[in-house]
Design a protein around this ligand. Structure first.
Ligand SMILES: [Ca+2]
Ligand SMILES: [Ca+2]
Ligand SMILES: [Ca+2]
Length: 324
């Protein structure tokens, strides 16, 4: 080969080396998909958990709805719940005239419309909850078994109170379960289920958008293997992350009664005697169920039942037993 050709060749090689140095390494990376399977992972952005509590006959038991919002600020909510056992839990709701709030342009609630309406209101409390300061919260019932819990942080537009910011876990609202009185111990199925309906359950952010919104699904490619550094990226599969709300239903279980423990606190003491004296001599309300106060099993509550209870509480007499 002539000398000039050598110089020419060396020049070309030098230019190639310079060019290679100028090209970013990533420009040469190739992406190889080795699998076609699509894996769907659920990325929980908010959880609602009603939890499990005990409710003695005749009592009002606070049922807490626990909220854990992981990504979005919560400015409003609606929970639709169905109760499973009208024989164990009844809502003595009050019908009241009140103000209802509607979203003007759903799904973006840039304006809230106020209107007069009549509601059957279920006992509930926001005391000590995340929504204690909210402008509007309410629990309503439709036919006793279906209840709806609603709340809007700021109705009057004064930017107060602030929404529930992410990572603040706590009680959203407490609905008071009104336990039936006559739940005899012979009833073996003693569980009321609080079943949250996904249709009719919403959480909204500060712009009135539903959480999670339409932009809720995103795609990712984990399981990445770098086969040849800076050149080839290998993906096993396409992975889809779906943002979602996780909902945990709750229960209220009716504990079995102790005959004579008329206030259902698990111990026999002077307060049970006072309760029973009130029933026997002062037209006070009968215990729930009636049988826990009828210690001698004669179908009435009178001085003999009080004597039997006093005998057990103060004189180490035998513990009253269920009627056989
Ligand atoms: Ca306000
Ligand atoms: Ca007691
Ligand atoms: Ca009796």
């Amino acid at each position: 080969m002539p000398r000039n050709n050598w110089i020419q060749m060396l020049g070309i090689v030098a230019v190639l080396i310079v060019c290679a140095a100028l090209i970013p390494a990533s420009a040469e990376a190739t992406i190889i998909r080795t699998g076609e399977d699509t894996t769907i992972y659920h990325d929980t952005v908010l959880t609602v958990d009603i939890g499990d509590t005990l409710g003695s006959p005749g009592t009002g038991v606070p049922v807490s709805v626990i909220l854990d919002n992981l990504t979005d600020s919560v400015q409003g909510f609606q929970l639709s719940i169905t109760l499973s056992r009208p024989d164990l839990m009844v809502y003595e709701s009050d019908t009241i005239a009140t103000t209802c709030y509607e979203c003007a342009n759903p799904p973006v609630c840039d304006e809230i419309i106020e209107e007069a309406c009549t509601l059957a209101v279920v006992p509930s409390t926001t005391q000590g909850t995340l929504v204690q300061q909210w402008d509007f919260t309410q629990a309503n019932t439709f036919g006793g078994l279906n209840i709806r819990l609603t709340g809007i942080a700021d109705v009057d537009g004064d930017q107060y109170p602030l929404p529930i910011v992410p990572f603040v876990q706590g009680v959203l609202i407490k609905v008071i379960g009104q336990m039936a009185c006559e739940i005899p111990d012979s009833d073996s199925d003693r569980v009321v289920t609080f079943d949250i309906n996904t249709v009719g359950t919403y959480f909204s952010d500060t712009k009135g958008k539903v959480i999670p919104g339409n932009d809720s699904v995103y795609y990712g490619m984990p399981d990445t293997t770098i086969v040849n550094p800076d050149t080839t990226l290998l993906f096993d599969s396409l992975v889809v992350y779906e943002r979602r709300i996780r909902i945990q239903d709750g229960t209220v279980t009716v504990p079995y009664s102790l005959i004579g423990d008329v206030d259902h606190n698990g111990v026999f003491n002077v307060f049970d005697v006072v309760y029973l004296v009130s029933t026997a001599f002062r037209n006070g309300a009968a215990p729930c169920p009636f049988a826990v106060g009828d210690l001698n099993c004669d179908g009435t509550i009178n001085v003999f039942d009080v004597v039997a209870l006093v005998n057990h509480v103060f004189r180490a007499g035998p513990q009253p037993l269920p009627c056989s």
